[in-house]
Design a protein around this ligand. Sequence first.
Ligand SMILES: [Zn+2]
Length: 392
Amino acid sequence: MCRTRYWLLPCLLLVLLTACTPASDDPSWAETKVPTTEQTATLAQPATATPAPIPTTQPSPTPEPTSAPPPEIVASYPLAGDSAMVAARPIVLVFDQAMDKAAISEALSLWPDTTVEQRWPSPERLELWPAEPWQAETEYKLALDESATSAGGAALSEPYELTFRSGGRGVPVPVLMYHHFADLPPDATQGQLDWTVSPQALAEQLAYLQLHGWHAIAPSDLALYLAEGTPLPQGSLVITIDDGYKEVLDVAPLFVESGLMPVLFIVTDYVEYNAYLNWDELASLASQGFIIGSHSIDHRDPREADDAELQRQLVDSRALLEQQLGVQVDAFCYPYGGVNKRVKEAVAASGYRTGFSLNPTIHQAPDDPLFLGRSRVDYGMSLDDFAALLPR
Ligand SMILES: [Zn+2]
């Protein structure tokens, strides 16, 4: 009975006002804080003040559902499944709206237990800076449960989870490689089968990517993710089309309608040949969102060009594309996949940020943006074969 604290005025008041009901014998009472006079006054109220209102038969209205749309995480660093997280970089989550920082802090878990500092450079962007670098080969899991709410009070529509590690095989951003788009005759050669995709198959592939939430990003977005940890949407990929054949015009609407915009790697000397896209067509495609990259001046193997010639192939092709099309060109595709250390250095010195090879990997090395792997899509490929080119 308030044995230890009976001498306290607030407790005494309580004793008087509540006649030391059994509730006050609850041992937990002794553990709790001594009520302040203010709280005591509140507690005292029922004994003296007006009776509590009689509940009406009307059911109490259910809480008004908030009209604010549920928040979403639109980009992150790292991406889920990234096995080459750069050791000292923060995790970054970008939301589509301002968030409730306290609620996020409560909703957040990280395994194994790791000390991180939460920073909010803006109300939509959360950064988690590790006190120690991420440990190589440790698998980390970040989770946000549905108690994460926006500043407007709307909860995440589903729990969010991100698994990543450091020191592994790479960043799961696949690059798809196309060349020709056409229907082939039954007696097509192996070479044709290897480098052609039918418009129908392309339509199915783009529909598959849309259905499974893939986003086509620009090479410059991938370069920023690799170099600086700039967040990307989950399911980011790059779609590339080499050589600039006129057949691109036949399938251009499929790309535009799906919003999965590819990079066109153009050989500048080919532009005015009949089988290839001309400048007007390229300008029109660029204005529709097609990204333009360089595939050299005349498609020679860069390894076989001397330094001066290599410089010309890289710098002049880029300058011509930029001047003719009014776009910025920062992606280079090695003709014949011809790349070595000297070629890469020349590509970097010529102002390119990314280099696309024929190395058939779907995981990119964060420290080697000038040697990005690509997966060839070919004619005989089923949709299952196609799906196997994607890291999921
Ligand atoms: Zn080519």
